[in-house]
Ligand binder design. Structure first.
Ligand SMILES: Cc1ncc(COP(=O)(O)O)c(C=O)c1O
Length: 417
């Protein structure tokens, strides 16, 4: 695939425009409340048909194993649930919380950076609470981008990098992730005309969907590049704590990164807390300040007992996090060994709870995923759902217990590929 600046989808170009101030003509062809163009500019949702079939199979009483969704199956560790149960009883905690997060929460984050990686982050100016890292990621362009400016987005990748840029009136330039580059963006290949308009470059490491991890030397090159080009690195570290052997780098560990980077961290995967909606952004103070100001106009800080429990997770959750990591490593090894026995080419990812591999037959990703669902009642995600460079790949989420993984592999092994 060629590097490209995204063109507007055909649907947008053919959509009739309505002169300012006129009332839309109600009727089936022209809805009374047409969607804003920014919504129609998003790439199509490729999983809709598969979701429908999965629900239909479930409704018909079939046992569907869902390896599609990156939502941990295990409960939040008990010590975190106890922390929220205690905090909930304190008077005053049920009111609006400071948008940027309580000082207790931000201080726990700063202490965590110091303890784990010897990095200094100022809790007063360099940290902001977010309502799940998705919220911060999606809103960052709205705080920084002028319409028409460009956001550099890895592809295949997490959809909010695109939607955040589009909602802010920006352009998206996709950076394809290819196996031969270790599934890391080749930022040096971006044309200089594009770089001149670029304000933000997203990097997701550990990476969803490919499981790759950016090595320190790569991050050093990226930071030097961002400083030269005055581009902000948006570093998505949602899977930071889910690794098999070696702890991935935080971008803030790289000398000079704090001048050109903002890191998004999350409790969702580390501590099975997807439903709690809590994370943080940390990095360059003026960027954090812009995000805080934007959010002050959009939302309020996370519920205070949640912030308290999250702070407790950072202060005393290392042993639990290690157990969770070990669990995903066992699942990874079980799945890789089983799929290899079927002749599938899967490489154990160094981090994340995803397996990303080439489709083991001469069909596209969509057809392969369709057959997994129809013939084995196993949901796998077609790689092209994350962008065109994901065509020819599938993603499996290790978010079911090992016994279910084994069962899924038995079923997939019975399909006549
Ligand atoms: C790459 C990536 N970043 C960020 C998130 C958002 O996580 P949360 O909003 O739960 O913190 C996800 C969730 O799946 C993800 O896959």
């Amino acid at each position: 695939m060629k590097l490209r600046t995204s063109a507007r989808p055909a649907a947008v170009l053919s959509r009739r425009t309505r002169p300012a101030g006129t009332h839309p003509n109600p009727g089936p062809a022209s809805p009374a409340f047409p969607r804003a163009r920014r919504l129609t500019r998003l790439p199509p949702y490729l999983f809709a048909e598969m979701d429908r079939r999965r629900r239909a199979l479930l409704a018909a009483g079939h046992d569907v194993i869902n390896l599609g969704i990156g939502d941990p199956d295990q409960p939040t560790p008990a010590f975190i649930r106890r922390a929220i149960a205690e905090a909930w009883k304190i008077s005053g905690v049920h009111q609006y919380s400071p948008g940027e997060g309580t000082i207790e929460y931000r201080s726990a984050i700063a202490q965590w950076y110091r303890r784990v990686m010897d990095v200094e982050v100022d809790p007063r100016t360099e940290i902001c609470a977010v309502i799940g890292s998705k919220e911060g990621i999606a809103h960052l362009p709205l705080a920084l981008l002028e319409p028409g400016e460009t956001v550099l987005v890895p592809e295949p990748g997490y959809p909010p990098y695109t939607s955040g840029a589009v909602f802010a009136g920006g352009r998206v330039h996709y950076m394809p992730l290819r196996r031969e580059n270790g599934f890391l963006p080749d930022f040096e290949a971006i044309p200089s005309a594009t770089l001149r308009r670029a304000r933000i470059l997203w990097l997701c490491s550990p990476n969803n969907p490919t499981g790759s991890v950016a090595p320190r030397a790569y991050l050093e090159r990226l930071v030097a590049f961002a400083r030269r080009r005055r581009i902000l690195i948006g570093y998505d570290a949602a899977y930071y704590a889910i690794y098999a052997e070696e702890r991935p780098c935080s971008i803030l560990e790289i000398p000079g990164a704090k001048e050109v980077a903002i890191e998004f961290q999350s409790f969702s995967k580390t501590f099975h807390m997807t439903g709690w909606r809590i994370g943080w952004a940390a990095g360059r103070a003026e960027v954090v300040s812009a995000l805080r100001d934007l959010k002050a106009n959009l939302d309020s800080g996370p519920y205070m007992p949640i912030q308290h429990a999250a702070a407790e997770a950072l202060r005393s959750g290392d042993a639990e996090a290690a157990k969770i990591r070990a669990m995903y490593r066992r699942r990874r090894d079980t799945a890789v060994a089983g799929l290899r026995r079927l002749g599938w080419e899967v490489t154990p990812p160094p981090a994340t709870f995803y397996l990303w591999g080439p489709v083991p037959l001469r069909a596209g990703s969509t057809e392969f995923a369709r057959r997994c669902l129809e013939e084995a009642h196993v949901v796998v995600t077609p790689g092209n759902g994350f962008g065109p460079s994901g065509e020819g790949y599938f993603r499996i989420a290790l978010t079911v217990p090992e016994a279910r993984l084994r069962e899924a592999i038995v079923r997939l092994g019975k399909v006549k590929w």
